[in-house]
Design a protein around this ligand. Structure first.
Ligand SMILES: [Mg+2]
Length: 189
């Protein structure tokens, strides 16, 4: 059983901490596609672009040194991490990045590695359901992710938050709450 007095936070990386909005628009543009910022969240973009092209865009987005250095943070993410740390709440990064070294480049660039994340609190998993397995193992009580399809898999996590900065989802998946900003997420703590 989870002890809800002891909060443990699970964090997604892409779309929660790192902001790929601009890069996704630019990359799509290189393939002659015009997409709006509100269409860039993965669960949405995936439905707008043919699968092979979407795969190619994802591969480029997540395995390019120069792009990794250019990736900005989501608004409020660094301040949010600082706040969580100041409260002494344990937190973990659980990401599905296939090539973690490029995630590290971005995190180091923004002084989040090793200041906020290091090998003791950072995990890379393969499938969406693996996020649940890892979260369970780490006794995560609160998880924030920008993909409804991931939230749906987080069966073991008592408090789930769909991060929806563009207000594109009309409602959050069952048993989860929709938040539009880091500030709103942090009101839970
Ligand atoms: Mg994400």
């Amino acid at each position: 059983m989870h002890n809800l007095n002891k909060k443990i936070i699970g964090l997604d990386l892409d779309g929660v901490i790192l902001d790929h909005t601009k890069t996704k628009i630019e990359l799509a543009g290189q393939y002659g596609l015009t997409i709006d910022p509100s269409e860039t969240p993965s669960d949405i973009m995936e439905t707008k672009i043919e699968p092979a092209l979407y795969q190619a865009l994802q591969a480029k987005l997540y395995s390019d040194h120069a792009l990794s250095l250019k990736t900005p943070l989501m608004r409020g993410a660094k301040e949010g991490l600082h706040y969580i740390k100041s409260l002494g709440i344990p937190y973990y990064l659980i990401s599905r990045r296939r090539e973690p070294e490029y995630a590290m480049i971005s995190l180091k660039f923004h002084d989040l590695w090793p200041q906020y994340f290091d090998p003791t609190n950072t995990f890379f998993v393969k499938e969406k359901k693996d996020k649940d397995i890892k979260a369970k193992e780490l006794h995560v009580t609160h998880f924030i992710d920008d993909e409804p399809s991931v939230i749906q898999e987080l069966i073991s996590v008592p408090q789930k938050y769909l991060f929806d900065p563009f207000c594109v989802y009309t409602k959050a998946p069952a048993e989860s709450k929709r938040v539009h900003s880091w500030e709103e997420f942090l009101q839970q703590f």
